[in-house]
Design a protein around this ligand. Structure first.
Ligand code: IMP
Length: 419
């Protein structure tokens, strides 16, 4: 069975959770490699809604094993409440790498203080401490799961790290110091709760791969939030690309056979930073879903910015990820439109640029709308001709087949192009 990495091709919130949920039916192993509880997926099964931040959504299928990789950053309180909310036994179902780094209260504090200090230039982070935690990891000031679950090591690391963190809080932001004793007490207890789930995830996946079992790599955020290739500095702090799936899980790149790129049928973004096809004013108010709960971020509840589909952007992210197949989500949102605009070019440029994106002039092609509901569509054949044409345009521009289409949040509203 082929192993697949599912990654977001825009700025996150493409509906990866739903795609993962669908593929999880076939996968034995589901691996989350990067990011933390900044991510969020909502899965609807029957009339129950599940919210995921760090645990792969495939945990809802009873036979799957889910892994949280060394490349992630874990806020233990948040992870434990996500585990509790599932109300299922996670014994031998959920495995956490000892190499993952821990988000501490001072990371969340520093995230908020840094954002406030940046003023107009704020990134618009989720405030979950993700950036400061990854910064500490790279600066070798981090504390990992391996230390969290061992009282002695946790104490040693906190003693080594906290004086510097408190200096940072005081000197940069005039903030009170945090108490090492309080943090130790709270986190040692959290560590003991997580300890039964800590496992040699990297080896387990290596063995699974050798046995020919399917691994599903669940990407978080989107390609343009990648810390290296995203719209820097308006990015998250991890590698959100398919390459990050292998690096973050501690498996070689040869463990990934297919890269399924997930693209919303239009574009959205939460947080700040350039967005060439963004709609505003009257244009935005005419856009079908601009004011509904479906365009609100799962993690922070912030309204998503909305714009037309951007094929220049998608070509770029298909290349960054080596996308082999595409999933187009939320096609139904475009149902009522007479005409749909698609950006095919940036004036004067022949590629997605590394700087100056805020000044870009997008050039659009106008495609006919289908003006009929697709919400009940369950196969390619049932899709209105104009909707098929829309999908064809994406395929032609990217030279990559669209394999999966979704027309609603429910499990049954996603269908494969071919059986
Ligand atoms: P951080 O990851 O909290 O540091 O936020 C950095 C940027 O990434 C902000 O613009 C966030 O809104 C964005 N971001 C982080 N996680 C997600 C996600 O899961 N979906 C969409 N945007 C995200």
């Amino acid at each position: 069975m082929k192993s697949v990495a599912v990654i977001g091709m825009q700025w996150g919130d493409e509906g990866k959770g739903k795609v993962i949920d669908l593929l999880s039916e076939k996968a034995l192993h589901i691996a989350r490699a990067q990011g933390g509880n900044n991510a969020g997926h909502t899965i609807v099964v029957g009339n129950k809604e599940y919210r995921f931040h760090l645990i792969p959504s495939g945990i809802l299928y009873p036979k799957t094993k889910c892994y949280i990789g060394g490349g992630t950053v874990i806020d233990p309180t948040s992870l434990l409440s996500e585990m509790d909310a599932l109300q299922i036994s996670l014994k031998n179902r959920l495995f956490i790498s000892p190499y993952a780094h821990i988000v501490f209260p001072y990371h969340r504090l520093l995230d908020k203080l840094a954002e406030q200090a940046k003023g107009q230039a704020a990134v618009g982070t989720t405030g979950r401490g993700i950036g400061p935690c990854y910064a500490d990891k790279a600066a070798r000031n981090g504390i990992r799961v391996a230390e969290l679950v061992d009282g002695g090591l946790l104490r040693d690391r906190l003693e080594a790290v906290l004086p510097r963190k408190n200096e940072e809080l005081k000197k940069l932001y005039g903030h009170e110091p945090v108490s090492g004793a309080d943090i130790f007490r709270e986190y040692a207890t959290l560590g003991q709760k997580l300890a039964p789930f800590v496992a040699p995830v990297e080896e387990m996946l290596y063995v699974a791969r050798k046995q020919g079992e399917m691994i599903l790599f669940e990407g978080a955020q989107g390609a343009l939030l990648d810390v290296t290739f995203g719209t820097y500095p308006y990015v998250t702090s991890s590698c959100t690309l398919s390459g990050g799936a292998s690096a973050g899980m501690g498996v070689g790149p040869t463990a990934i056979d297919e890269v399924l790129g997930v693209a919303k049928a239009y574009t959205t973004r939460v947080g700040n930073g350039p967005f060439p096809t963004e709609l505003s004013g009257a244009e935005l108010s005419r856009f079908p879903d601009h004011n509904t709960s479906r365009e609100v971020g799962t993690t922070t509840g912030r309204k998503r910015r909305i714009g037309w589909l951007d094929l220049v952007l998608l070509k770029h992210t298909a290349c960054l990820n080596g996308v082999t197949k595409i999933a187009v989500t939320k096609l139904d949102i475009l149902d009522g439109l007479d005409e749909i605009l698609v950006c095919t070019k940036y004036t004067g440029l022949d590629r997605f640029p590394a700087t100056g994106l805020e000044k870009i002039k997008p050039e659009y092609k106008t495609l006919p709308g289908w003006k009929t509901s697709t919400k009940q569509v369950r196969s390619w054949k049932e899709l209105p001709k104009a909707a098929q044409h829309y999908v064809h345009c994406i395929e032609q521009a990217l030279e990559i087949p669209v394999a999966l289409i979704s027309v609603g949040p429910e499990r049954e509203s996603s269908f494969w192009r071919e059986a």
